[in-house]
Ligand binder design. Structure first.
Ligand code: NDP
Length: 258
């Protein structure tokens, strides 16, 4: 734990980042803290990773707290928000980042259990986190308003043929969530946007059973390389910020032109 009580001095509110223990979520947590957010760094398995991110933020003078939240366990989600609000102050932002690709597979070879897990994490988990955020942020429900950023994928439109079609479909659902929820809560003080990363250097590719993906696909990206988690975080933090006050219902590509 890097902060032992609510300390709302000098920050712009508390941001929850699901899947903040590594990869894009960790980069978002660090970058958002630099922007003045107190950050709840949520993790499912990797408590050490989340604690390390929270420690780095505290060492740099920010406020952060590692918090367990397995997004497929419904009760974990309100518990995350309550814990984060108690420790860090009122929640005003959510980055719906936790996600998995599932194993690389053609659709014909897809295992039902893998598909069910994919939908549970990437779709149901994300919608339940958004639901909890709206319940707490909505000005119509006594909240202070705020912003949600959903992490989609360029795969939602490219389709992931040959290896990640089911994953791509879950990200298509996320894009739909962004558009629909943005319109539903626009008059409740909540903006909802998305970021669609392209090929980004994180551990997700090895976890999918395709550690060669970055080397194989990187040269085909128009910019000529895979992107970094930090490059994705810049877009996320901008969408969360007051600089994006008239932006809602949109998803920004961070794809190197892919
Ligand atoms: P990583 O595998 O590096 O990190 C995934 C994060 O999600 C981890 O913090 C992990 O937590 C968390 N997570 C996974 N499953 C769960 C779960 N059931 N409940 C709660 N948390 C969970 O992946 P990336 O950083 O690459 O991916 C982050 C997001 O970006 C994902 O939504 C992904 O689909 C998306 N994306 C990534 C791209 C890329 O090229 N890297 C491209 C396009 C989109 P823990 O470590 O505790 O398990």
């Amino acid at each position: 734990m890097s902060s032992n009580g609510p300390d709302t001095s000098g920050h712009k509110g508390t941001l929850i980042v699901t899947g903040g223990s590594r990869g894009i979520g960790a980069a978002v947590a660090r970058r958002a803290a630099r922007d003045g957010w107190a950050v709840a760094v949520a993790y499912s398995q990797d408590s050490q990773g989340a604690e390390a991110v929270a420690r780095d933020i505290a060492a740099a003078g920010g406020h952060a707290q590692a918090v367990h939240c397995e997004v497929t366990v419904e009760a974990d989600i309100p518990a995350l928000f309550t814990f984060a609000a108690d420790r860090l102050g009122p929640i005003t932002g959510l980055v719906n980042n936790a996600g998995i690709t599932g194993p690389v597979s053609r659709v014909a070879d897809l295992k039902t259990a893998d598909l069910e897990r994919l939908v549970a994490v990437n779709v149901t988990g994300a919608i339940l986190c958004a639901r909890e955020a709206v319940r707490r942020l909505s000005t119509a429900r006594g909240g202070a308003g705020g912003a949600i950023v959903n992490i989609s994928s360029a795969a939602a439109r490219l389709g992931g043929p040959g290896e990640l079609v089911a994953y791509a479909a879950t990200k298509g659902a996320i894009d739909s969530l962004t558009v629909g929820l943005a319109r539903e809560v626009a008059d409740e003080g909540i903006r909802v946007n998305g970021v669609a990363p392209g090929l980004i250097e994180t551990g997700i590719h090895a976890a999918a059973g395709a550690p060669d993906r970055l080397a194989r696909l990187g040269p085909a990206v128009p910019i000529g390389r895979a992107g970094s988690a930090e490059e994705v975080a810049e877009a996320v933090v901008w969408l969360l910020s007051p600089a994006a006050s008239y932006v809602t219902g949109t998803t920004i590509d961070v794809t190197g032109g892919r």
